[in-house]
Design a protein around this ligand. Structure first.
Ligand code: ADP
Ligand code: MG
Length: 254
């Protein structure tokens, strides 16, 4: 028997999303194999954040569907995460945003263990142990009792990433997670994401940081005007893009 190609981890087809009359995603098809790291680049307003939000199940869509590991969990017309299965699949995706979304009234440890204890019914002692290990791996071992307001932007983003990992995601989505940081704090957050890449965590990353894009991507998508204009290996899309629109963007931004 011949080897079968690896089943896709993610398969999105015909994704359409409008806000009123504004068509933001115009029929996006996308498949992702296990272990792939997709960097999404493109002009502001091109639909990158919307695409990630749709994948996360945070938006209703006007057309298309998405499956994760063969399980459909997003479909047109349905309210986000309507069924029990949709919710379960969605919980196996972690997302980190540009602006810190930590719970301000909870300390770092409490931020990390809330979902595992509430959602999965994990024992507090067990969750705390996992949280402490993760935080120390991310250089935050001293910050377990700190509140978000006592942390730097870079520390907050590392906590946000650790918190997402507490639910053992099959896929991580990062939307410009370093864009709001002072330049000297960007590296520490990117290093944490690079650590995850070494462990073959599948991810989709929106970034404007060329160094990071080159170092983390196994594939690069150029997304503009609600479509994927170009999709290929980083050397090609970043180094010698085929499409004029991609070339213009890369010359201007990077
Ligand atoms: P990008 O992340 O590539 O900058 P976005 O996905 O944020 O692009 O936005 C794509 C388009 O959708 C933009 O024109 C933006 O103004 C519009 N948009 C995004 N979110 C909303 C919303 N909640 N309501 C109305 N329009 C929106
Ligand atoms: Mg965006």
């Amino acid at each position: 028997m011949r080897d079968q190609p690896a089943a896709p981890l993610v398969s999105a087809s015909g994704l359409q999303k409008s806000y009123g009359a504004l068509k933001v995603l115009k029929g996006i098809d996308l498949t992702m194999k296990p272990g792939e790291r997709l960097v999404v680049i493109g002009p502001s307003g091109g639909g990158k954040s919307t695409l990630l939000r749709v994948m996360m199940g945070l938006e209703t869509i006007n057309g298309g569907s998405v499956t994760l590991a063969g399980k459909p969990y997003i479909r047109a017309g349905a309210t986000p995460a309507r069924t029990v299965i949709d919710i379960a699949v969605r919980r196996s995706i972690g997302m980190v945003f540009q602006h810190y979304t930590l719970f301000p009234h909870l300390n770092v440890m409490q931020n990390l263990i809330l979902a595992p204890c509430k959602v999965r019914g994990e024992k507090k002692a067990k969750a705390s142990e996992r949280a402490a290990a993760l935080l120390s791996r991310f250089g935050l071992g001293e910050k377990l009792a700190a509140y978000p307001s006592q942390l730097s932007g870079g520390q907050k983003q590392r906590v946000a990433i650790a918190r997402a990992l507490m639910l053992d995601p099959k896929l991580m989505l990062f939307d410009e997670v370093t864009s709001a940081l002072d330049p000297e704090l960007v590296g520490e957050v990117e290093q944490v994401i690079l650590q995850l890449a070494k462990q073959d965590m599948p991810m989709m990353i929106v970034t404007h940081d060329m160094w990071f894009a080159k170092n983390i991507a196994s594939r690069v998508l150029f997304c503009a005007g609600g479509v994927i204009v170009e999709d290929g290996p980083p050397e090609q899309v970043l180094g010698s893009p085929k499409e004029e629109r991609t070339r213009d963007f890369i010359d201007r931004v990077f």
